[in-house]
Design a binder for this molecule. Sequence first.
Ligand code: HEM
Length: 370
Amino acid sequence: MTNRPPRAAWRRTRQRWGLNDAVNRRSILIGLGAVGAFLAVDLGAVAYANKWIGSDSARRTFLDGFRTVNGPQLGFRKNHAKGLVVNGYFESNGNAADLSRAALFRPGQVPVAGRFSLSGGDAQVADTPGAARGLGLAFGFPGDEQWRTAMLNLPVFPDNSPSGFYDRLLASKLVPGTGQPDPTVTKAFLAAHPETAAAMAIIKKHPPTAGFGDSTFRSLNTFYFVNGAGTRTPVRWSLVPQQSSAPPPRPSDANGLFDALIQQLRAGPLRWHLLITIAEAGDPLTDATVGWPDDRRSIDIGLLTLTGAATEAPGNARDINFDPLTLPDGIEPSDDPLLSARSDIYAASYRQRTGEPTSPSPVRVSEVGP
Ligand code: HEM
């Protein structure tokens, strides 16, 4: 199957943002539940964001949006602020070698640096089961070509456009007094974003598992595996846990999900099978709010083994940007408009946070009891 080259994808994304007028509405849901007021002053900023194409002003609009909702969060990621660094390796079984010429899909092992996280820009937030769980991974030997991916434990993503994400971000601002998003705004947001309402209905049917260790993580965005002959195959990938359970978080532990993960890792390595699922004609390739039918062909292409965890600190995965467009030769992006936006905004978040003074993460490996 074929697709436009990435440059055309980028151009299309730019056009889409330039023309998209779907943003002059209310917004939002938060991570997966909040909503907040959409201030008149934001309309101009959003309109400007829609003309964005990687401009400084557009990036700043998003960063300002995160700051408006979460405060400065100095030194932390502006989304998925709370996290834990992990490391391990990936063992390819060679099953993807016919579909992708990427060296890491030849049989063999490569090191992996990773980061588990919770969605949202508040680094001090107490863990909740409903917050979307993230896993960022960087595959490859230092200095070699890398493959980076940032996945979620959701069946679909709530938004299918950068402007939808921005709307949802602003709406996630909690209302002082209630500590909740404004329900009126939530209702208006969902009415204006039927794609998010539909995605949320799917997400509700897939309640989260007990912890990070037994979660399935998915790419949600579509990519192309490209083989030596140049054949492009549209795929999404997922990490399916080999362990069928995770220790439940201790009640009243604000870091319960992370602490349980640390304990589970101390008891032994955790493993996930890396599966690719292949699209068939007609499957949506540019809309992450829509899943593919369950009967699509999946191939197990290797095993991820995580062996250790570390508190976030400069010098480990805290300083990695899990940019979804850091791809090896043999994997290419689809036209999904989220991808180039993610790449650009993650870089802006990275530049901002690495230029700020740092505060310690609340998740500390050494403080977790046996
Ligand atoms: C337009 C849509 C999106 C925007 C604007 C956005 C924004 C961000 C930002 C600003 C960060 C922090 C980056 C850093 O400082 O390194 C981040 C992290 C993350 N995002 Fe997104 N995101 C979007 C869509 C997605 C999607 C579709 C997924 C998964 C399928 C995802 C999964 C993650 C994960 C797992 C992290 C944490 C990575 C880490 O640990 O460094 N995001 N996102």
